[in-house]
Design a protein around this ligand. Structure first.
Ligand SMILES: C/C=C/C(=O)SCCNC(=O)CCNC(=O)[C@H](O)C(C)(C)COP(=O)(O)OP(=O)(O)OC[C@H]1O[C@@H](n2cnc3c(N)ncnc32)[C@H](O)[C@@H]1OP(=O)(O)O
Length: 787
């Protein structure tokens, strides 16, 4: 049974939630709790009741995979079989207990888990435990009485921070805010039992709201909270629904009336596409850790070596790759070609460390321990015992090969080599080694420990051990080490391809990255899609810089493509273009000619990183950056005019709708091509890349989810054909343009469009279901093409 009960000699009945890995409140656990709890109430030997969780978690909340099943049932059927209503009934049962109920919060109590604790009359928590309501991150709200119970114990600002922003509270802070009654000094169950025996029943449902809350609502507290939430995520609907529940809780409505408002709002949200997108994101992150064909145990990683300076190394970036490891307690050794680069690098790390120390994240002693007495060196002396080296020298093929060659003589025979590149062919780099199976790619995004995405790239020769280690455990034990009860494999409900689990992406996970595993193609996944030059084309045709960025940010992108170009710098693509020639081999996309970008790069105007004192700019590219303000550089406007004239282009008005279609539809088409070629296992990995690496709005679920759930495959196909015809006409009529084929629809997209509307298992995507069949009859060059 997922809920077990026992009666202690002191007469305290203990109900334990036991549903690994996180004791989520799925139908099975809730049904079993509803059966077991009354037994304790009715047992005359039981004087009081304690509820706790088995393992490190109290409870991770409602079972997220069941929401897709609810949605598939539809609102009518859901009335008869609503798992959240069942959860709410269980809360009533605990609340109404004639015997005192105490939650012994042994670990994180999240979402429905926190609601279980608030259904108890009292809460005693372990010092390391936390309480929180992360539902808003899933586009939901606490629908099992949380919005009505929390304002009865906590002041409104705390309640809003927890539910509107999804920020959890540690045990001490939760006690100070009235949410828990005591922090255990010894064993949490012992202290909860003592508390239960010495306090009378006191249901929260019978309490008035916290004494300050009505006043705060009258003083406009809710509007303020909503504004903060809306500013952080303007497109989201969940914050508005949450506010309605708070309004009900702090009004003259009874507890029951408040619950009705909560259930209405929750039901609207659970059926929203926004919540479907955010749930997809949560589950996709976990799914990405299961790479088909890799179930090898990782090699132990006790020490990491980092080679080279440059943008992605430990020099020149505010937060560096090295710092990612140091702050997580993995010792690092660094090397560079010049002493002054090293000195500057170490200084930079020390200043970053000072920032971390101020926030109390890393002590001086720990920092010293992880950095070692002399972490930076000019030679390879201290590299002989590193288990993994991350090579981050500048993106020059010959230099990368030279460095890889050196690892042969200085490093342990089985040291794993991760080459950090945003586009070079890693097979070519690996080829200089006798044993290329030791090599894989790691594409960190800049700035390395701010950006969340990490693309791990497998070459044609990377061994499963290399990939497993690049992806898995450093001295860690993770929830998925705990086998799920009754499960024969760690099968993920979203998985279409049937991969069994490997250990998770602990190297990336350890340094808080969202990892995906991709094949070795030009630009990998992210840059291959982002490299499509449509923003430049619509600009040339007549859209303005401001209009393009506005259309993108209104769509929900964190930043428009023009501003992003200035942030990242145009020079990387410019240099790649110069080195690789005119055409991207995979996308068959011509890199140029981009007269405007070339002109900017030749003038050394690489965007935000290039100040121009002559015009008092702290950065100059498409925009002139002064402090935090930016305006389009008039010289850019004049140059654009010149380019248009030279190419014989008469600018025309371009609608925002066309801009959005041309920014995203070819990019989505490229995603389909990456899937059909087998350079990524599944569509959700592309969604993760684009959300965590390129600022795609999470509430739209990533470009592939957006295609399937917001637009529909047929419309995308139809529009691509229109733009393809226009592009063909352009280059046949005007010799200034080269042929492009990124509008030519992918075969997989055509197959999906033909199946549009077909029902799939709740939570799975139609793209992956179609892809599975597609791969049986199509060959692709990528490592996942025969899944
Ligand atoms: C009306 C009520 C509504 C609600 O309650 S909505 C749900 C609210 N709760 C949450 O949003 C919590 C979501 N979970 C988390 O934030 C994290 O997870 C934890 C902090 C609980 C644990 O984090 P970590 O230790 O890093 O592990 P991991 O990889 O995130 O999760 C391990 C496995 O546990 C599954 N899991 C976690 N929470 C839930 C859940 N609430 N429902 C279903 N599964 C869950 C994951 O997917 C994964 O599974 P795999 O091993 O197969 O990849």
């Amino acid at each position: 049974m997922p809920a077990t009960i026992n009666v202690r000699p002191d007469g305290v009945g203990v109900l334990t939630m036991d549903s690994p890995p996180v004791n989520s409140l799925g139908t099975e656990l809730v049904t079993s709790m509803k059966q077991e709890f009354p037994k304790l109430v009715q047992d005359p030997k039981v004087k009081a009741i304690v509820i706790t969780g088995k393992g490190p978690m109290f409870c991770g909340g409602a079972e997220i995979t069941e929401f897709a099943i609810m949605v598939a049932m539809g609102p009518e059927k859901m009335k008869e079989n609503n798992p959240v209503a069942a959860l709410s009934e269980m809360m009533d049962m605990i609340d109404a207990s004639p015997k005192t109920t105490v939650a012994a919060i042994n670990g994180p109590a999240l979402g429905g888990g926190c609601e279980v604790s608030l259904a108890c009359h009292y809460r005693v928590a372990d010092g390391k435990a936390s309480v929180g309501f992360p539902e808003v991150n899933l586009g939901l709200l606490p629908g099992a009485q949380g919005t009505q119970r929390l304002p009865r114990v906590a002041p409104l600002p705390t309640a809003m921070q927890m539910i509107l922003q999804g920020k959890p509270l540690k045990a001490d802070a939760a006690r100070k805010n009235g949410i828990i009654d005591a922090v255990a000094k010894k064993d949490v169950i012992e202290e909860a039992a003592e508390w239960a025996l010495s306090h009378p029943p006191a249901p929260i449902s019978k309490r008035e709201v916290h004494k300050t809350n009505r006043f705060m609502v009258a003083a406009g507290g809710l509007e303020q909270g909503l504004n903060t939430a809306v500013n952080a995520a303007p497109l989201m609907i969940a914050p508005r629904a949450i506010i309605k529940c708070f309004e009900a809780a702090c009004s003259n409505k009874s507890f029951r009336e408040g619950l009705q408002v909560e259930m209405e709002q929750f039901t609207n949200l659970v059926f929203s596409v926004e919540s479907a997108a955010l749930r997809h994101l949560f589950l996709s992150e976990r799914l990405a850790q299961k790479v088909p064909g890799i179930d090898e145990k990782p090699a132990p990683l006790k020490k990491i070596g980092i080679l080279g300076a440059g943008l992605m190394g430990f020099l020149g970036l505010k937060l560096s790759t090295a710092m990612c490891f140091i702050q997580k307690g993995v010792p690092v050794v660094l090397k560079d070609a010049k002493q002054e680069w090293l000195d500057a690098g170490v200084k930079k790390i020390e200043s970053m460390w000072a920032g971390q120390a101020k926030k109390g994240r890393l002590s001086k002693e720990k920092f010293k321990e992880y950095m070692g007495p002399s972490p930076a060196m000019m030679d390879y002396a201290d590299f002989k015992d590193v288990d993994m080296v991350i090579e981050a020298v500048p993106e020059i093929m010959d230099l990368k090969k030279e460095v890889a060659g050196k690892t042969r003589s200085y490093f342990q025979m089985d040291c794993l080599i991760c080459t950090n590149t945003s586009g070079l062919n890693i097979d070519d780099i690996a080829a200089v080694l006798k044993d290329p199976s030791r090599v894989m790619g790691t594409h960190f995004f800049s700035p390395a420990n701010v950006m969340q995405l990490l693309e791990n790239i497998r070459t044609s020769k990377s061994s499963t051990r290399t990939l497993a280690t690049g992806r898995t455990g450093i001295n860690g034990r993770f929830p998925w080490d705990i086998p799920k009860k009754g499960a024969t494999s760690n099968f993920h409900p979203y998985e279409v391809f049937g991969s069994t689990a490997c250990e998770g992406m602990a190297m990336g996970k350890l340094i808080n990255k969202k990892c995906i595993m991709v094949g070795n193609c030009d630009g990998f996944v992210g840059n291959r899609m982002a490299g499509i030059p449509e923003p430049k084309m619509v600009l040339e045709e007549g859209a303005t810089v401001e209009q393009i960025d506005k259309a993108a940010t209104t769509f929900g992108m964190a930043m428009g493509p023009m501003a992003l170009g200035d942030l990242v710098g145009q020079e990387l693509f410019w240099k790649q273009r110069k080195a690789a020639g005119d055409m991207n081999k995979q996308t068959k996309t011509y890199f140029g000619p981009y007269e405007l970008t070339d002109w900017l790069c030749e003038l050394g105007r690489f965007g935000m990183k290039t100040p121009d004192p002559s015009i008092k700019a702290n950065g100059r590219g498409i925009f002139i950056h002064r402090g935090r303000d930016k305006t389009v550089d008039p010289e850019v406007v004049a140059k654009l005019d010149e380019v248009r004239k030279a190419k014989g282009v008469t600018p025309r008005p371009v609608s925002d709708e066309e801009i959005v279609e041309r920014l995203f539809y070819p990019l989505i088409n490229e995603g389909f091509k990456i899937l059909e070629e087998g350079f990524v296992a599944r569509s959700s990995d592309i969604d993760l890349a684009y959300i965590y690496g390129y600022g795609f709005p999470p509430s739209k679920g990533g470009p592939m989810f957006f295609a399937e759930n917001y637009v529909g495959f047929q419309k995308i196909l139809e529009r691509l054909k229109v733009y393809d015809a226009q592009a063909k006409e352009r280059y046949t009529k005007n010799s200034a343009y080269l042929p492009i084929d990124y509008f030519v629809p992918s075969k997989l997209l055509e197959a999906c469009a033909a199946k549009q509307g077909t029902k799939v298992f709740p939570g799975q995507t139609l793209i992956d279901v179609v892809l599975k069949d597609f791969r049986k009859s199509h060959d692709g060059a990528g490592p996942f093409s025969k899944l």
